[in-house]
Design a protein around this ligand. Sequence first.
Ligand SMILES: [Zn+2]
Length: 182
Amino acid sequence: MSNGEKAESPSYKKLDQKVRKLQRKLARQPKDSRRRNVTRIRIAKLHNQIADTRKDFLHKLSTKIVNENQVIVLEDLNVSGMVKNRKLSRAISRQGWREFRTLCERQSEKFGREFKVISRWEPTSQVCADCGFKWGKIDLSIRSVLCLSCGTEQDRDENAAKNIEQVGMGNRHDFKRTRSGL
Ligand SMILES: [Zn+2]
């Protein structure tokens, strides 16, 4: 978030591993067997457990954010594009980002807050939120950047969040002026 706060998502890794293990088991079990049915029910229960955990987390987080802010700005992330990255795909699918956005939007309406979504094409992770210097694309593994222009050590996520806020509020940096000033 632009105030530097971070929300830690619950980990679905263990539940996910259990699901996958059971799915492999299911594939080996004879059709119409009683045991197969037991496995099937166990998988369904795990899926419910994951969904409930996620719903609870997202609900609490969106309520908190909407409560504490007058304007809520989110970035329209290219979720389907990111999900093509196989390493990220499972983890991202579990996060329920779309669900989170819907929750924030609904809560904002309910409590009379302004809700905005900015374009996914804004270079929110490529620009210093403090001085506007454009350092360009950085690999997802890089978590912080030392800005060559103003010397600020920027946390990747917090910097992007600040940029999202600035774009959403309509006061973005003048990139051209900043660059020519170097
Ligand atoms: Zn800077």
